[in-house]
Write a protein that binds this ligand. Sequence first.
Ligand code: ATP
Length: 469
Amino acid sequence: MEKDAEGFYTPASDSKAEAPAPAPAEQEDTADPGAGQTDLIKSTFDVTVTVGDQQLDPNSPLYSVKTFEELGLNEDLLKGIYNMGFSKPSKIQERALPLLLKDPPQHMIGQSQSGTGKTAAFVLTMLTRIDYSKNEPQAICLAPSRELARQIMSVVTTMGKFTKVVAEFAIPEQLPRDATRVSAHIIVGTPGTAVSLITRGVIKTSAVKIFVLDEADTMVDKLALGPQVLKVKRALPTNCQLVLFSATFSDQVRAHVNNLAPGANKIELKRNEISVDTITQFYLDCKNEDAKYDALVGLYHLLTIGQSIIFCKAKKTADKIAERMTSEGHKVASLHGSKEATDRDSVIDRFRDGQDKVLITTNVIARGIDIPQVNMVVNYDLPMMSERQQEPGVNDRLDLIPDVETYIHRIGRTGRFGRKGISVNFVHNQKTFQDMMTIQQATGRAITKVETGDYDMMDEQLRAILKKK
Ligand SMILES: Nc1ncnc2c1ncn2[C@@H]1O[C@H](COP(=O)(O)OP(=O)(O)OP(=O)(O)O)[C@@H](O)[C@H]1O
């Protein structure tokens, strides 16, 4: 990979590929586009939540000393927040909001653990900065997947319920094909569609005051997204406020993010603080790759005690497992980037609503997706990434190494805002075991072995988590 003047990774000049090199034999599913919008439906599940207690614990990422009133938010937004059932800010909200709302506006690079309320911090900033009397785009927020963009839109409209906000999607198949001008205050979308709408003049950028990148590290790091994000940035006024949030910023990516938002205020986590400690991590030692399927089926009763997400490395694997389990009488859904936009929307909405309890997927929803009732995550395949090894005098070589950041995001689909959750990794040989050990070492959290078939411990934990009110 090479980087340009603003620190973005760009494809190496000799590379024709738009995306990182695929894993051998199977193409990985990274995030992105699809379309359609429906209001997200509230889950009917009851889960035990101890958020109140954690918001009083100074060591918790949910702790704050201040109230929302003290953070400089206007009445309409306070009404929106309380209407959502929030009573106190989390740590990231308490720390970030005063910096984000300062005048003159300053860039922000904000890091906080998964499920600790980063979305509210940037959505409240966009809603505060808008001049509602002007019907033109003033805030653009981009995310790596259609599913995440739809979720952010839902937060914008719910939190902005008492304002006059108008928001529009920049995701595939959402706007009518002949649309010529968007007059919404806030645009929420994915990079490819945003670039296309800006290039065609459908989204005018001259009045944009704030540009938010959710999951900012992947937005600048991935070969497919980085150049598009850069194109959007170049179309914005030079004094536009840049707001970059994520739970992870690898050392490698941090320099690029800093270049993108020079002089930004920064809220950073120490390496050992990044993983959420309300997620108990397990692993299953499977005899071989094929035995992973049997292990998953053996876990089915646990997967359906609450709701679960199964992560695979490839779309093909996700489809294959889902088809086989369905044909054997199990009820599972599958979601990945090759499905039609409308299918993707209905799959995630049904899962959000609790109509489907097991979702088999790829990295497409590894980041950002907030479905509080998910209490179990399975890494059917560990997340891997390719790293270019450069040896003098030898052609570049791509090695597959464990993708620690993606692992943190994947397991972070459970354990949201103080809830408890469990994760299970499948390993099936020395290499996959070593890869998992690398992840354990990097995250500093224990991953405990569970004997195949002896799931009492996980069963007990899940039932304790999912006590009906
Ligand atoms: N102050 C608050 N009080 C109560 N609940 C909150 C508060 N702030 C956020 N939440 C809830 O916490 C959950 C997680 O928030 P959010 O999705 O913003 O997390 P995040 O930090 O963006 O996570 P990720 O890194 O996975 O994207 C959401 O269900 C949200 O509604």
